[in-house]
Ligand binder design. Structure first.
Ligand code: AHG
Ligand code: MN
Ligand code: MN
Length: 367
């Protein structure tokens, strides 16, 4: 299509200004923060796109400040770079009271030379970073909260507990996906809108307004290598999907696993599906793999805002009261009817498979 005939789409800036008109008293700080986050995502997209040419592949060298983060996970160079980009692009403007990130043990304090603001940001600067070196989609996830009033009034340093707000209190959440195209998916509590980066203009353009997730699906995503550690309701759910049209679900299912949660979330947002990284008994010290504050809650808000659901497996994710900055949690999200079903299986008493040795095993009663 010739350039002049292309639809005149909204830019992210135009979209935010039009949204803000609904709140005549809004200061504009919130929009400024979102635009700074969007710029951080563009900078990360550029670093990701240059790949090996940019010299940013591989693990973060120990001599440059260590290579294992607070989660005990090996940091990639791009994890560290992305964390730094998020900080530098958002700390200066006077919109933030503090930050927290997957890659930082403690909350980040806004340096003294900058004014402090009324928002908190929590982020996973690069999700799915084990996929970097194999050129598979990764992304950044963020959640914006209001700082406690007493923090705003006093301007004091933030502490972990300032971030312990249930997901339902998020003011905005979003992610950027660095895939074949770079996209920014955003909710400010009024539905979910997705923007595609025009790489020549350097602008996010509104390409997917008001996204809604189909309520039903025949596609599920789970890391089946953990199946021996799953709890009974998860086993039951997956077994029923695998049984397909020969089982109680009466339809065949397809399966996907990218090992990049943000990419799975995007697929589900686009065409439905269900994702499970449930609590399991692999490691009693880790109640789940993914993190509540910067993975489960922002993705949960996006799912709910698009008519889908997010759950711990037992209860709605957005109602969970956080108790630590890097806490892990079981996460199930996607098409509403599937998440409802998984919660129902958790609520139902476990059916114990009766194996009566007399009738089942002994040769006396068997052929
Ligand atoms: P991160 O790269 O931020 O540490 O997160 C990786 C997460 C998530 O994106 C993905 O779904 C999951 O780890 C994959 O875990 P497995 O390797 O256990 O499948
Ligand atoms: Mn992650
Ligand atoms: Mn990460």
């Amino acid at each position: 299509m010739p350039l002049t005939n292309r639809p005149n789409r909204s830019t992210l800036t135009q979209f935010l200004i039009e949204e803000r008109r609904r709140f005549p008293s809004a200061s504009g700080d919130f929009n400024a923060l979102i635009l700074d986050v969007a710029l951080a995502c563009k900078a990360i997209a550029r670093a990701v796109a240059f790949g090996e040419l940019g010299g940013v592949m591989g693990n973060h060298a120990a001599e440059e400040g260590g290579s294992v983060n607070v989660q005990g996970e090996t940091q990639k160079k791009l994890d560290v770079l992305s964390n730094d980009v998020f900080i530098r692009r958002t700390e200066w403007a006077g919109n933030l009271a503090g930050m927290a990130s997957e890659e930082m043990d403690l909350p980040y304090q806004i340096p003294g030379q900058y004014p402090r603001g009324k928002y908190l940001i929590v982020f996973d600067p690069l999700d799915g970073s084990s996929n970097i070196d194999v050129n598979v989609s990764v992304g950044s996830i963020f959640s914006i909260l209001r700082a406690p009033q007493e923090v705003i009034d006093s301007g004091r340093d933030v502490v972990d507990a300032d971030f312990f707000q249930p997901g339902a209190q998020q003011l905005a959440a979003g992610y950027a996906l660095y895939g074949p195209t770079t996209m920014l998916v955003l909710t400010v509590g009024d539905g979910v809108n997705a923007f595609t980066l025009d790489p020549t203009l350097g602008e996010f353009m509104l390409t997917h307004p008001k996204l809604m997730i189909p309520q039903d699906t025949h596609e599920f995503a789970i890391n089946a290598s953990n199946s021996r550690f799953w709890e009974a309701p998860v086993k039951r759910y997956v077994d029923e999907c695998l049984a397909g049209s020969t089982g109680p679900r009466d339809k065949d299912f397809n399966m996907r696993w990218i090992a990049s949660m943000v990419a799975e979330a995007h697929r589900i947002l686009m065409r439905g599906g269900v994702f499970l990284y449930p609590r399991d008994n692999k490691d009693p010290a880790k109640p789940g793999r993914l993190r509540l504050l910067y993975e489960a809650n922002p993705i949960g808000m996006i799912m709910e805002q698009a008519g889908g659901r997010a759950s711990t497996g037992e209860k709605p994710m957005l109602g969970v009261q956080p108790t630590s900055l890097h806490q892990r949690i079981g996460l199930v999200f996607g098409s509403k009817n599937e998440v409802d079903r998984i919660e129902r299986y958790h609520a139902e008493p476990v059916k114990v498979e009766l194996k009566n040795p007399l009738f089942a095993e002994r040769s006396l009663f068997r052929d």
